[in-house]
Design a protein around this ligand. Structure first.
Ligand code: FES
Length: 116
């Protein structure tokens, strides 16, 4: 039987616009490293794993953006990913994508990772 599980991440007010935050969550299916990105009050989430080598994208907590803030950037070899769909547009994994995660934002502003 599949049951949906929700894991609390943070309140939406804890992420400023045009910034990212990293999270490590232990779920029923094991640990998940992820990042949340907030842009114009829209929050998106991706698994924190670069498609190039399968390692975390960041080397500093909560730091995932390129200098200009226009893309997510892998700190190891500099791959650039679109903010809105996680597609890699430059670097060694061009054409591949970050894995989007399902998040649920509740009316009170709390954000949850949602897993089947
Ligand atoms: S590990 Fe991310 S670009 Fe190489």
């Amino acid at each position: 039987m599949n049951t949906m599980a929700n894991y609390f991440l943070c309140h939406e007010s804890e992420i400023a616009n045009d910034t990212t935050r990293s999270f490590n969550v232990v779920t029923n299916q094991g640990p998940v490293e992820l990042l949340l990105l907030k842009q114009q009050d829209t929050i998106r989430g991706y698994i924190n794993s670069c498609p190039h080598l399968g390692i975390p994208l960041n080397w500093q907590p909560d730091e995932f953006l390129s200098l200009e803030g226009t893309h997510i950037q892998c700190s190891t070899h500099g791959a650039l990913f679109n903010l809105d769909d996680g597609h890699c547009i430059a670097g060694p994994c061009t054409g591949q994508s970050l894995t989007a995660i399902d998040i649920e934002q509740q009316g009170d502003g709390k954000i949850y990772l949602q897993q089947q």
